[in-house]
Design a protein around this ligand. Structure first.
Ligand code: FAD
Length: 299
């Protein structure tokens, strides 16, 4: 079996940045693209917070440019999903092929949880449905938005959005927030946030962009006008294939010390191990660090 120097699992901005660094270090890395080549960023039209693009950049263009940059230095791509892996032996099974490597970078990202309701897909990524207030909050200056959820993330997103928005509705299906007391108090005492208790979002409505939400309470169904809706119902890290091989937290995020997993030669980067920031630039930064660590390990 041909042994690779470095296999990078995932082709989002963590994996692609790792590939740029590794390819420039002459490692000729092999990137396994996964089910979503380019990662989450291909779902969004305008990214305003990636450094170097004062007018913003289209998500697809950003990852396409990253990919071109990796190929310029000799990175290679393989389509397919890693189905099973032995991290200690560094043997990877990918859709009929068995690949052995000296080092591995795991950069499999995470998926925002969805409600799977009408309108969600239609307005996803730039048309009024968002999963990230840090990314998209500034697009809603002086607008009215809804945040769906009742945990710490939902409270944090709602609170953050009051910097820009005229009004933020926190829509929660229960009569009590799940969030920690400090986060809940912050929301409940903020005059720009109104909580709609015991309320379920049934449909996201509009023509080109979101204009209103169709909501349901115990005894009523009604429309309310909104300019946008932020889903804050959690993320699922794509780490199932690494279960029992590397330590994960209760939600499946890989527990790492920075980019180090505890298994020699196995590094990790991006949203699959980062429950706090989940940004393109933080994922890219971890990808760079993981590639430098892999290069040092190999030499
Ligand atoms: C709609 C939307 C808008 C966003 N807007 C912004 C923004 O404006 N600014 C910002 O900074 N961030 C934004 N983000 C967040 C940003 O996209 C993520 O933080 C970033 O993409 C994380 O990069 P990553 O490489 O860690 O993971 P991902 O981008 O999730 O990439 C993971 C990669 O791993 C692959 N993969 C998964 N499982 C396997 C497997 N078993 N085998 C092989 N490959 C696998 C996938 O195919 C994918 O290529 C947005 C996210 C979304 C969803």
């Amino acid at each position: 079996m041909n042994v690779e120097n470095l296999v990078i699992i995932g082709s989002g901005c963590a994996g692609l940045t790792a590939a740029i660094y590794a390819a420039r270090a002459d490692l000729a890395p092999l990137i396994i693209e996964g089910q979503q080549p380019g990662g989450q960023l291909i779902q969004t039209t305008n990214i305003e917070n990636f450094p170097g693009f004062p007018d913003g950049v289209n998500g697809f263009d950003l990852v396409s440019n990253m990919r071109t940059q990796t190929e310029k230095f000799g990175a290679r791509f393989r389509s397919g999903v890693v189905e099973s892996i032995d991290l200690k032996k560094k043997i990877i099974d990918c859709e009929g092929d068995r690949i052995e490597s000296r080092a591995i970078i795991i950069a499999t990202g995470a998926v925002p949880r969805r409600l799977n309701i009408p309108g969600e897909e239609k307005f996803w990524g730039g048309k009024g449905v968002s999963t990230c207030a840090t990314c998209d909050g500034a697009f809603y200056r002086n607008k009215v938005v809804a945040v769906i959820g009742g945990g710490d993330s939902a409270c944090e997103e709602a609170h953050f959005l009051t910097r820009f928005c005229l009004k933020v509705y926190l829509i929660h299906r229960r009569n009590q927030l799940r969030a920690s007391k400090i986060m809940a108090d912050r929301v409940l005492s903020n005059p720009r946030i109104e909580v709609l208790w015991n309320t379920i979002l049934l449909e996201i409505c509009g023509k080109e962009k979101v204009t209103h939400l169709y909501l349901k309470t115990q005894d009523n169904e009604y429309d309310l006008s909104f300019d946008g809706v932020f889903l804050a119902i959690g993320h699922m890290p794509n780490t199932k294939v690494f279960e029992n091989q590397v330590e994960c937290d209760s939600e499946g995020y890989i527990l790492a010390n920075g980019i180090t997993t505890g298994i020699p030669g196995v590094f990790v980067a991006g949203d699959c191990c980062d429950r706090h920031y989940r940004q393109a630039i933080t994922a890219a930064g971890m990808g760079a660090a993981a590639a430098i660590a892999a290069e040092r390990y190999l030499s």
